[in-house]
Structures are given as structure tokens and as C-alpha cells.
Write a protein that binds this ligand. Sequence first.
Ligand SMILES: Nc1ncnc2c1ncn2[C@@H]1O[C@H](COP(=O)(O)OP(=O)(O)OP(=O)(O)O)[C@@H](O)[C@H]1O
Length: 625
Amino acid sequence: MSVLRRSRSGYGRFARLAWQAGPGLTAVTAFTVLLSASAPLGLAGVVGAVVGLAGDVAAEGLTSSAGRSALWWAAVAAGLLMVVWVAGSVRSAAATALGERIDASLQRELMRAVEEPVGVGHLEDPRTSELIAVGRETFRGSWGRPGRLASTVAGLVTGRVVLLGACVLVADFHPLLGIALLAAGSWTAYEEKVASRAEAAHHYGASEVARRLEYLYGLGSSPEAAKEVRIFGLAGFLRDRYSTLWQRSMADVITPLPRRAVAANVVTAAVVVCGLAWIAVRAAKGEVSAGQAAVCAQALMTGLLGVHQSAWTGLQTELALATLRRFDEAIAAVAAFANDAPTADEPVAAEPAGGDRPRGEIRFERVSFSYPGATAPVLVDLDLTVPAGRSLAIVGMNGAGKTTIIKLLCRMYEPMSGRITVEGTDLASVDAPEWRRQVAAVFQDATRFPLTARESIAMGRPDVPVDQAGIESAAERAGVADELEGLPSSWDTPLSSHYPGGADLSGGQWQKLSLARALYAVDHGADVLILDEPAAHLDARAEARLYTRFLELTAGLSTIVISHRFSTVRRADVIVVLDGGRVVERGSHDELVALGGRYAEMFRLQAERFSDRTNDSEGTAEVTA
Ligand SMILES: Nc1ncnc2c1ncn2[C@@H]1O[C@H](COP(=O)(O)OP(=O)(O)OP(=O)(O)O)[C@@H](O)[C@H]1O
């Protein structure tokens, strides 16, 4: 029962999607489905009429009244054949176009849903992010795309209508034969559907094994993993593991023959064969004319074709329905997150006077936070102040919670207790997108947008007209202008080697580009600058340059710097050391070194390491100074 109920709801969802995506195309598809289903049945009757007249035409000639009738029916048959072909082509074209529209509208729906929650928790939560990934990935498989439903359901409905019409024709000769064909055909259709659904469930990662297969395939074929796969000689290992898992997962699908579906097909074929034999015997006895026998025989064969058409399109339909269900699960999972957190469009609870964005001192007041599902908190009653227009550096061991502080400040997550204020205004009461326009950031894992060099910087403020002079100035300050101008098409070069005329950048160049984007955002209104490991990919010269220009780059901005490199950190006005979810030391570089605590120890260790290596690079000279 549940199998059938689920199936119906899938079809209902598809019907609504189709109508919303293209009412005209849906109507054309439905109309041509009816035409291409009824024309073959009409053809069976017409061919029967021609066969019925064959004897008279042979005796009396084509010019006789029987001959003229036969010619007329032949012309009708030709017309019906044309209808079958034309309706089939139009149906196929309309269903394909409709399917493309359905896929595009679903992808927009998923993008909208993913953007909806203020934070990024839904993208980092393993369960939801997996569903989103499935929703996203399934669009790549052409057989399983939900849009394919437009074609497969059209084929399915055509097959069912053909079967029904054939049964009616056959019942005209003998009601029991018509009922037998209907019963056997319906049983076959049902069993094929059950078998198809089991296969579809397997294909779309209903099992954990299928997900792991996908993961192994991705590792073995993606450019990201290619270096490690080659260096460590992992290709054979990955292939072996893939084969073992594949054999195990296919055991469920391939080994057990869908016996019931096979039995149903055999019974349907038997009904048709018995029906043909019966009508042949009756024709031989003269109980039915040759024309009637031809109609009955064709109806039986057409009914069989209808059953096979249903079975063939049934598997594809089930694959696409499985995709649609997974897609809906992803949307529902994201919506659950959106319901738990304030949404981007939610009215601002207490907007600051005059609707201005809050500026000035940023304070974390007794902020505690744990990631969903985590057992230990990352931040515990954290008090932290970022002075207005000045720079604050946060240092601490790996996993101390430095990046988490940034995520909370950018409202990717909300504190579990305590609050974050900007010039006294609770950040939770401020419109999140509006607040984010005030913040510019350089993340250590900055996204490598495959846009042109110009666009990559200009998207620091996508809401303002592109300002070429501003782009060049930001790139120059970030130390990447010469490199970008030297690209094959200068600022118009697509930053991806996958695009024609495109070029890729090195890790350090990407990081400098990210800094340029942040500076461009600052030039256009942002006044909080976040630098999360801004020197992680920089060479010694570039790092030294960042260090010497740090004060110039951050002048007048509330800046938060996270870094394990003291060459970057020590220039900040205030430095805090984070440990156990709290601030344990606070002061300027000199004050903290004089204090002789954690900071002093970390600084000493790093300085020793650098001074042991060399003293001649600009970067190390700065660190050890
Ligand atoms: N999305 C997440 N879900 C669950 N736990 C997370 C998530 N992100 C970070 N954590 C955990 O939170 C803790 C703090 O992580 P965070 O990235 O803030 O540390 P960090 O101080 O920036 O570390 P690093 O210096 O290594 O970059 C770590 O224990 C980490 O495992």
C-alpha cells in the first residue's frame, strides 16, 4: 500500500511541477500523448477494414465500389500513420523542453532554499549537507533527472492508454479475452514498477554503500585528489575497493531475478498467443471475417506493445521519481533549519535609529557556542572587544575556536548564549545581509570563483557598478596587480584553466586576489576587515610586504586578524590569546612578550625556528626582529 501511495504523491508533485514550469508545453504533451496512444488503435481498425475488403477487391478490381472503399481506407491508414509519427515527434520535443524547464525550476528552488537560512549550519551539518549534495548531484545523471519525467511519464501514459484501448477492442470479440489481456497487462505493469523501484532505490544511494561508491569514484577521478592519488600510488587501491563494494551492492540487485515480473510477462505473452490462436481458428471456421480477425490480432499485438512500453519507461520514471523524492527531502531538511533560525527576509527586530548599519566597537559578551551535535562547547562565556577602527589579532592553538568567532561575527551561526554587539546594538537584531555588507573578509580557504580577474575583485561589492580604477588600486595594494595584468587577456582573463583563454592562479596569487576583493569592499563601504590566515599561502616576500603594509591596509578599520604567523599578528593594536573557549591573555605584542605567558612562549618558539633557518629573507627578518 505504502509503495502505491508514495508513487501517487510523486506523480502529483510532478504534475504540479510540470504545470508551473510550462502550462502550454504540458497541454501539448498531454494532447500528443492521447493522439499517439489512440492513433495505433484506430490504425488497427482501419487495417482490418482494408483486409476485409481484400477479397472483393481481388475479384472486382480497384475501380469497383469495394476497390474505392479499400483505397479510401488505405488513405485513412496513411493519415493515421502520419498522426502517429507527427504526434510522436511533437510529444518528444515538447516533453524534452518541458523537462528542461522543470529541472531549471527545481535547481532554482534548491538554490533559493539553500540561501534562505541566515547561517551556514545547514551546509555544515552532515545529514543536511549530504541531502543537499544528493539533490545537486542527481541533476548531473541524465537518466535520473526529474525533468526526464516529462518524457517518461508521457511514454508511460501512452503505453497504459494503448493497453486499455486494445483491451476494449479485443473485448468486442470476446469479453473474457479483453479482461484477461487487461488483467495480465496490469499485473505486468505493476510488477515491473516494483522491480524498477528497487533498482531506482539502489541507483540513488538509498544504501550507504552507494554513497561510498560515489565517494571512491570521486577520489579516483577528481583533479583535487589527483596529486595524492599518484604520489601515494592509490589508484589500484581505490579501484579494488570500488570493485569490492560494487560487487557487494549489486548482489542485492542483480542476483535475485525479478521472478514475479518475469512471470507476469510470461502470462501476458501467453494471453496474447492464445488470443491469436483463438481468432485464427475462428477465422478458419468462417465465424469471423478476415478483416475482423486482422483487427483482433492487431489489437492483441498493440496491447502487448503498450505493456512493453510501460515497462521500458517505468524504470526511467522510477529513477526520476526517486531523484525528485531525494530533492524534496533536501528542501525539507533545509527548511527545517530555516524554521529554527531567523531568515534573511525576516523583519529586523530592533533596527538602529535611522536604519543605519551599526558601526563602532564590536563586543562579544559572555558568548557560548557549540556546533550542532558536538559534545563539547567551542566557546564558553567568551568576552572579547574589537576596538572601533583598530586591529585585533586572535591567536591560539589549532581548534581553539578562532574561526568560530569569525563565523559568529558574520552570523553564519548564532551564539547559544550571550550576545554580540556592535556599538551597543545586538547583532541578532540587525538584518544579516545588511550587516554582512559592512564586513570584508579574506578567508584562508577563499573560494576560487571561475570568473574574470576583474569580476573576481569587483564581486567584493556586487551591488555597486564596477569601478575599474578601484579594482586596480585594490589589486595594487594587495600586491597582485602586475600578475593579473600580465594574464593572457589581462583583467578579462577567466580565472580557470577549464575555460577557453582562461588561466589558473597559484595558491598565493588566489590569496592576494582575495585580499584585493576585501580591500575593494572596504573602499566601497565595508568598515570591518577580517583576515583569517591572510599569509597562509604567501611567499616570504609577499608576507613581508603584507606585514609592512599592514597598518596602511587596516587604517581606520575594525580589523580582526587570525594567524599562526607572528609576523602578521604582532602589528595588531591588540592581541588576544584564546584557550579553552576563553580569552586568557590580552595586550600589545610587547606587553604580551613581557608578560612571559602563552603568547611569549609561542612567539619564542616560532622566532627560534625562523632564526635557525636563515636570516636573509625579508619575511624572517621581520619575525625575528
Ligand atoms: N562545522 C563544524 N561542525 C562541528 N565542529 C566544528 C565545525 N567547525 C569547527 N568545528 C570544531 O570546532 C572547534 C574550533 O574550530 P575552529 O575552526 O574555530 O578552530 P581554529 O582555532 O580556527 O583552528 P585552526 O587554528 O586549526 O584553524 C574544533 O574542535 C573543530 O573541530
